[in-house]
Design a protein around this ligand. Structure first.
Ligand SMILES: *Cc1c(COP(=O)(O)O)cnc(C)c1O
Length: 361
């Protein structure tokens, strides 16, 4: 072993050495349906407005560490109850990290369900925090018996529930989530990354539960490249989390562009509406294909089960279509694939390529 390699192994924590870096596949030239992105740019008039604002932006200066106008726009969109605030993150991934850092006392536990968004567990590992994962039922709903006993046993400081869930796409029963919030001794974060495609939200319930925070991101709504997410909840929580937030975590350009886009939130919601309609159409088409099981989704993607997911995934790639292979990521996702809803043309290409792939393998 070289000197540098020995030193790396001596200094870096073993749980970090054991990790695999988060794998983002090369997607150049592919029909990209792997990452829940909105396939549409905003209309030309808005892009021109953004271009003009960016050309005048003071990028020589540090960003405003507390962008009141942007936060006010978000508060207004959410119709936040009295006493509730928002905290901005460099994507919601950063907020997951901030929350975990804030409660990570010796012995503290982060509790998640499985299968769900992998960053909850990864961030616990990054921080050396204990993680407990509770399996969902076979139809991917919350296993309330298992959840309530895990809460009793683990006394988790922090629980994350993605609503709707990623990668399964289903929303849990709101009643079940409420029972979990009521039973939890610590914070419960309802992660509404897919709010634009779903029919329900916990924001109206913020005032009812002192241990509830709602997290959202604009990534799935058409701003994945900006990296902007937020937490909404009581300022008593958020004031503490603010102390941990790095002061310039949201740059000048994301602030500026997000302000413009939020003034045109209706444009983004109209795109989301289109995506919801195309989701139904795609689900219907895929449901009619022999050998494909489609799970119900309230997000901008569909979970599928096929006979040989890995082979189908590769065959789709050969045909220029990139989706997500979930086989091997969790026992309950055996032979599962996840496809993001794209433009109607992309969806058609995907369905055609899938049919060909099923024939070819
Ligand atoms: C995509 C996603 C996020 C992360 O979003 P960013 O704001 O882009 O970091 C968080 N939670 C869930 C459930 C997601 O699917």
């Amino acid at each position: 072993m070289s000197f540098i390699s020995a030193l790396v192994h001596q200094l870096i924590r073993p749980e970090i050495l054991a990790l695999h870096a988060y794998h983002v596949p090369v997607s150049d030239g592919f029909i990209k349906l792997d990452a829940m992105e909105n396939p549409y740019l905003v209309p030309a008039f808005l892009r021109e407005e953004i271009a003009a604002a960016v050309s005048n932006a003071a990028i020589n200066r540090y960003p405003d560490p507390n962008p009141q106008i942007l936060k006010q726009k978000i508060r207004a969109l959410l119709e936040l109850p009295q006493g509730m605030e928002v905290l901005l993150g460099n994507g919601s991934d950063e907020l997951i990290q901030l929350l975990a850092m804030a409660v990570n006392k010796p012995g503290a536990t982060l509790l998640g369900v499985e299968p769900s968004f992998v960053m909850y567990k990864m961030i616990a590992t990054f921080l050396g925090m204990r993680y407990a994962g509770v399996p969902l039922t076979r139809d991917f709903s919350l296993d309330m018996g298992a959840m309530l006993s895990a809460i009793e046993r683990e006394q988790p400081a922090l629980i994350f529930l993605a609503y709707p869930n990623n990668p399964t796409g289903n929303p849990y029963s709101a009643r079940d989530i409420k029972a979990i919030i009521a039973a939890a001794p610590g914070l419960v974060v309802v992660d509404e990354a897919y709010y634009a495609f779903a029919d329900d939200s916990f924001i109206p319930h913020l005032a009812e539960y002192p241990n509830l925070l709602v997290m959202r991101t604009f990534s799935k709504l058409g701003m994945a490249g900006l990296r902007l997410g937020f937490l909404a909840g009581s300022e008593l929580w958020l004031n503490e989390l603010e102390k941990l937030r790095l002061p310039y975590n949201v740059g000048v350009l994301p602030q500026l562009v997000a302000e413009i886009l939020l003034d045109h939130h209706d444009v983004l919601l109209a795109q989301a509406e289109q995506i919801k309609q195309d989701r139904s159409k795609l689900a219907q088409q895929l449901g009619a294909v022999d050998g494909v099981r489609v799970y119900p989704s309230a997000a901008n993607f569909l979970l599928l089960r096929v006979a040989r997911a890995k082979a189908i995934f590769e065959a789709l790639k050969q045909r220029g279509v990139l989706i997500k292979n979930l086989h091997g990521s969790h026992a309950m996702l055996e032979d599962c694939l996840r496809v993001t809803v794209g433009t109607p043309a992309e969806n058609e290409r995907f369905v055609a390529a899938l049919k060909e792939s099923l024939q070819a393998i």
